[in-house]
Design a binder for this molecule. Sequence first.
Ligand code: SF4
Ligand code: SF4
Length: 398
Amino acid sequence: MAFDLLKDDDLATCVHCGLCLDACPTFRVTGLETESPRGRIQLMTEWKRGSLPFTEEQARHIDLCLGCRTCEAVCPSGVPYGRIIEAGRADMERARRPATKRWLARTALRQLVSHPTRLRAFGAMTRMAQTVGVTGAVRSGRQLPRLRAPFRAPQGDVAPAIGERRHRVAFLVGCVMPILYPQSHEAAVRLLQLAGCEVWFPPGERCCGALLAHNGDLDGAALLRDANTSVYAGEQFDALVVDSAGCGAHLKDFYPELKGRVKDLTEWLAEVGLPPANNEVKLRVTYQDACHLAHAQRIRKQPRDLIRAMPGVELVEMRHPEICCGAAGLYSTLEPSMSARILKEKMDDMLGTRAEIVVTANPGCQMQLATGIRSRGSNMNVEHVAELLLRAYSAPSP
Ligand code: SF4
Ligand code: SF4
């Protein structure tokens, strides 16, 4: 079996120093070398060399990696762990027999997130089930929020700037976010308008492919990238703004045509500036770093600066806000036991802040944190950072 997507040059950057071990959530809860970045890189290197045969038993160590890229952020040797794990997973999935749990997940993802009409139908059915009270089946285990009407782009696919138009941005609507968290998108778009941006919603834009790539389906992700690239081509915009950390990281890594033009919402707002707030928001808030924002995009300061600038808000930090919450896309569904162990550490840290609200920048993290909070019987709220920031503005008139 060839492991040809994995690159020798990438694997060779690891000097086995172990400085990443304490930052790795799976190592932190197991203490096992096999569940550490260094152990996983060693395993993939041996597969690549052919010095270890590929087995399902060994593959579990790769399955248990969250892909959170905390190791990459702390590695002094510049190991491109995100690229290594995506390539390793893609190689591994080709070596696997069909009908395994992972194979089924990959197939389901391709069939669902790549097709907006199917996804909308799924959302509508789930909403109906929640309305009539059949919530057990759709809410067990995972923590789907109560669904509202999905986010829709405005007529004409453009939302005008509020006040003087200073920028024109494209906005990634994406696949699951408009269904699960339409209020986050609504808040993000309103903030962009307040910041003087005309917001363009690219017609025909599809899922960015992040969920597929993170689950080892690089071919499926490439198909979506090619479709989206032709949608963006020829249109003028200053930035493609993204309010989901996983999508933003994927677009920055996987879409060379957009190089330098993809911006996380907080990154963009910090750059262009928001108007002065006109509401005092008396809240104690804590901020959870979404892994693909903090580690993959290295954006930690901008969201905190924006939150601290809100009159009345007190930002209280966790001891380890940068450690993954255990959501990691489909991870909490595919690996519920390890995910729950990681979430427990996060909950102890988060509830210790006695914050009224925790904010973050990724839908998977929002769901995971809400599950943890519910399981502890706490009444802490979870919001997207855009929703919190918008509280500083009282009903702006368009
Ligand atoms: S990934 Fe980086 S920090 Fe971790 S062992 Fe290898 S070189 Fe050291
Ligand atoms: S990506 Fe996260 S879970 Fe995977 S090895 Fe790195 S730190 Fe550990």
